[in-house]
Design a binder for this molecule. Structure first.
Ligand SMILES: [Zn+2]
Length: 102
């Protein structure tokens, strides 16, 4: 079964869960909240790549990664929109809309 990354809407923590493709999202293991978002895998990899380029990947804290994520996600999203179109991005990468346009 595939492994999915989730982010909890309630406590903001991320976690991984392994379950079938059509199964519903699991509740957050940290707070039990069921409002969780599935994250696409390519975008965090993209953010990690940024930090690697910055030369500090091994010591980068989670906060730094999140800062970088918040900074880079709108740029990544715009690139994807330019390439694929707004509809495709909204449909396939809804997590990129997080914090976008706020
Ligand atoms: Zn939670």
């Amino acid at each position: 079964m595939p492994l999915y990354d989730y982010r909890c809407e309630s406590c903001g923590k991320t976690f991984e869960a392994r379950h079938g493709f059509s199964d519903p999202a699991p509740a957050c293991p940290h707070c039990g909240q069921a409002q969780v978002h599935r994250m696409i895998l390519s975008a965090p990899t993209h953010a990690r790549g940024m930090l690697t380029l910055a030369g500090d990947s091994s010591r980068a804290s989670k906060e730094q990664l999140q800062d970088k994520w918040a900074e880079e996600t709108p740029k990544l999203r715009k690139k994807l929109v330019d390439k694929l179109g707004e509809d495709v991005v909204n449909r396939n990468a809804p997590s990129l809309n997080h914090n976008y346009g706020d």
